[in-house]
Design a binder for this molecule. Sequence first.
Ligand code: ZN
Length: 744
Amino acid sequence: MTRRTFLQTAAAATVAAASPRVQRNQVPWYRRAYRWGQTNITEKDPARYDIVWWRQQWKRTEVQAVIINAGGIVAYYPSRFPLHHQAEFLGGRDLFGELTTAAHEDGLFVMARMDSNRTADDFFRAHPDWFARDLNGQPYRAADKYIACINSAYYDDYLPDILREIIDRSHPDGFTDNSWAGMGREAICYCQNCERRFHDRAGGPLPRKADWDDRSYRDWIEWSYARRLEVWDLNNRVTRDAGGPDCIWAGMNSGSVTAQARSFRDLRQIAARASIMMLDHQRRDDDTGFQQNGDTGKRVHELLGWDKLAPESMAMYESGPGYYRVASKPAAEARMWMIAGIAGGIQPWWHYVGAYHEDRRMYRTPGPVMSWCKANEMYLVNRTPVATVGLAWSQRNTDFFGRDDPAERVDAPYTGLMHALVRARIPYVPVNLDDLDRDSTRLTTLVLPNIGAVSDAHVGAVRRFVQNGGSLVATGQTGMYDEWGDPRADFALADLYRCRRGVPAPPLRDAPRPPPQSQHTYLRLAPELRARVDGPRSGDEPPIVGERHPVLRGFDETDILAYGGTLSSLSTEAGVVVPLTFVPPFPTYPPETAWMREPRTTIPGLVLSEHDRARVAFMPADIDRRYAREHLPDHAQLLSNVVRWAAGDLPLAVEGPGLIDCHLYEQPGRLVLHLVNLTSEGTWRAPVDELIPVGPLRVRVPASMTRARVRLLIAPGEPRVRMEQGLAEFTIRSILDHEVAVLT
Ligand SMILES: [Zn+2]
């Protein structure tokens, strides 16, 4: 042990004794920090930070951990590194140190906030070889700053020194970093470090441009991912060596897989390393809704483990669609994002930008939710979802199938299916395809929403799942490409779909586009199963022969469904059921032309088959994507009908009005059911201004899972439970924003 490391270890030991992170039990602090707060300050704030008031706000909002700006682009303490830019109004003050001391005195844990991937001109001139360069050797800029290259000594030496300095001075409990992953996929760095390191790894020069079909670009993508994991590991070694084993470095991650992919942050690999998952995912957008936060919570915990914590930064300022950093977000909007996340297992973390606000309404927003969380903490952590439907995803699919259009190819199909499941109140968990073998025993049904790029390993796992009796719902182009996005000769799962293309998939660069808006397409409900008719007759309808298939439930009075996509011919095996066929495009305008040129084809929109104990639904029609885009209720109904047909019995039924996001969990000896009321005039357009109660809601769970007692954590009272026909049933009279029912 060198003298330097001895001193660091000794200092860390002293700190550990004084810090609240070592307490009554041996559970590390990052497993006990359930409520978070962050005043994310500006360079002006050292001159006006009212620490006394903010300590009161910590107390009022019951936070247990705070995130305090330390260094990176801007230092909030007098750093000994002359190029570490100190806040313009710092005036020699050690604001970070003062706040850290105050928080520790108040019994709070402290994460030092870093924001580190760019610098001012003086730094660039001192270390020109630490900065990202374009193909012409010119530095990449972000506004007036220069972007540091992740393969340079800025990350290997300089930032670790800054981390050690902060630990030596102020002893935070851990670190976050907003920009730790460096420059994203949008640009390739050609600096000397990158040229050399990439050559060492790939044996050739850096790719000249982004080209998903080019071997060197693919290598560059994988190499870039690997470097982020190296940085993650390096930073953790640095902070733990200097600050003790629990002084973790937690970076920052997004709740969006596409955002993770853009910045080479492999959510699954990171979760495998992380002690806690710090999420920068501050608000909803109109396309994905509040329910996306519940989905994020479940996705992250499925990777991280349900015993670990996933706090999420939640904007208390107006953050979308307009962006007003110092104005209050409508309280109902901020509250619903918090509640939706908590239902998915996320820990709330209020976030303000700046330490002084003239719009003071935002200070009142988080308190009630945080107090409720404190009172009900035992029901909100260390629980596992009760769900038999898995909604599959894979970050590699986002990269190599999504390529330059992941929103359309990957996100929209996933979101459409997620929305359909939420609308139908079908409990589900997001399943990473790499974990399918692990997860397969608790699932009855796997849904593959347009997972175009699947590896042979994924194909093998899906096949094992079905062989073991699991049902499958696959949509769109699932399985048409390999893990690089190269066309396969046919669907990789053609034997399970019981249908074939007969020709290889087109290269992704030539992928067909949906028809223009001047054309419309439809799906025809299988004519031989046509139901009764009450309407005009054209004289050429086929005869009525029987009941329609259960996947067409609710469509008795129509023979067509609006579609909007395109389909091509498939050959199906004998014995499959094809309940929907394609009606090709015909004009929408002028109205005189809007008649079907080809009313009937044999092109399947949905192919159903039975395999021993398993059911397989292959839906070539991209109804999931269409639902995400157009919100036609028929599309949601069709998707949920198909999942119900595949899944059979479900562990939860909730009947009653409204859009309710349902999350069912198990803890030893009890069930915990979150019902989040998303019914509002602002459901599909932020912000929500008014919460509208809905009810009554009739809830049923299998009687085998409960013992007939229900307690509600929002509305006072214990609804009566009726045990009938193997089901436990109770009624919740009304829900304003959310309700949590504990069944024992
Ligand atoms: Zn570089």
